[in-house]
Design a protein around this ligand. Structure first.
Ligand SMILES: Cc1ncc(COP(=O)(O)O)c(C=O)c1O
Length: 384
């Protein structure tokens, strides 16, 4: 295998949150790699500066300012190999085994896996359709403290969340950073979908609203360019970012993803990144519409809130339909999803839901997947 997964023949896979290969463009990366190597010569192939190469930091600083209204200052930004590695580094540098990490229910299931590796104690926090409930987060943090534990992190995907597709509203953003400041929590703001809101600009980041030290934000080009590039970044206060830059990992190996950072910088400064992102956004808009329209037409007994962007639609199945129990029959019928309980951090919440990725398949395949879901839920329906 070259890639992480390959869909089984005949199955429209809505389980993996991967981009459609049609949205990936090897040609632009080849040209940018050639140009980066010509521009920076052997420096592109040496050990890199700990925070990332200066041209990359300069590009990212302007880029993040345009996206968010607050530019990172010197020392507040570091390049990493994707948001997953950023999470892993945050956990290993800032956490200790047994620390509590608060996770709203539902939360991105593979971040939960990273937290379990450390191992942290997972503390589920209630959320409603708009996202995490600040009072519930505060109560959970205080409960951990009352039990003698340390509430170390609160993990959030506050723009086009995985799995719900919803962005946290501004009033909740303000409330949640105050909770972090009062309780000593560090918010891990997983912001990988910030550039993929499809109906309007995203709200300001928690990092831009929070006091220094209360938020560490993760970004990535995995969703906006290509996940194989493995390039991401962290923004945080200078002390935290400095600690990461001085870690043994970077001391030994130099800056992370040095060459790819320069390649992406070339793509960005030449304007190709923005052009390509427009193509990806148009592709996701068409895919979101195909899946949503298909579900409305063919599976009217299901319900969902239209995702604000990103990759995922969080589908509520009709009462009595169990998304986990239905999965074998769904796969046999040629469609797959991830059952909601995988995002529930050990609770029952979300058990009636399935996460459907609209990122991986072409619009016509997504329409067909919706038809198969409808037929599965109501056997005998014509499916026309
Ligand atoms: C919320 C969230 N965080 C992180 C990742 C992985 O990011 P990266 O590819 O930058 O490691 C994903 C990918 O699905 C995601 O949905």
């Amino acid at each position: 295998m070259i890639t992480q997964f390959a869909a089984a023949p005949g199955v429209i896979d809505l389980a993996w949150g991967h981009p459609d290969p049609a949205l990936l463009d090897p040609g632009i990366v080849a040209v940018a790699a050639r140009d980066a190597l010509a521009r920076w010569g052997p420096d592109a192939l040496g050990y890199g500066a700990a925070h990332g190469p200066e041209p990359t930091l300069a590009w990212l600083t302007g880029h993040l300012a345009a996206l968010d209204g607050r530019a990172p200052e010197a020392g507040e930004l570091i390049v990493v190999a994707g948001a997953s590695q950023g999470l892993e580094i945050a956990c290993s540098q800032l956490g200790a085994p047994g620390d509590a990490v608060l996770v709203p229910v539902p939360s991105y299931h593979l971040a939960i896996r990273i937290f379990q590796d450390h191992p942290f104690r997972l503390v589920p926090v209630a959320a409603d359709a708009a996202g995490v409930l600040p009072d519930a987060a505060e109560a959970a943090a205080r409960q951990v403290i009352a039990e003698g534990g340390r509430p170390r992190f609160l993990y959030l995907v506050p723009v086009c969340a995985n799995p719900t597709g919803v962005s946290l509203p501004l009033d909740r953003r303000r409330a949640i950073v105050e909770v972090a400041e009062r309780t000593g929590l560090t918010i891990l703001e997983d912001d990988v979908y910030r550039e993929l809101t499809l109906d309007g600009p995203p709200p300001p980041s928690l990092w831009s609203l929070g006091a220094p030290g209360s938020v560490l934000r993760l970004g990535s080009v995995s969703k906006t360019l290509a996940p194989g590039v493995r390039l991401g970044w962290l923004t945080g206060d200078r002390a935290t970012i400095g600690r990461i830059a001085r870690s043994g990992l970077l001391d030994s190996g130099g800056g992370l993803q040095h060459l790819m950072a320069l390649v992406v910088t070339e793509l960005a400064t030449s304007g190709v990144y923005a052009q390509n992102l427009a193509r990806i956004r148009a592709g996701l808009t068409a895919r979101r519409a195909a899946l949503a329209d298909g579900l409305r037409a063919h599976a009217p007994e299901t319900s969902f809130r239209m995702p604000e962007g990103g990759y995922f639609l969080w589908l509520r199945l009709p009462d009595g339909a169990d998304p986990r129990a239905l999965l074998p029959a769904a796969t046999a019928a040629g469609v797959t999803w991830i059952p909601g309980e995988r995002f529930a951090a050990g609770t029952e919440a979300g058990a009636a839901h399935a996460r459907l990725a609209f990122s991986r398949n072409a619009p016509d395949a997504l329409a067909e997947a919706a038809r198969r879901i409808g037929t599965l839920l109501t056997p005998g329906r014509s499916g026309a």
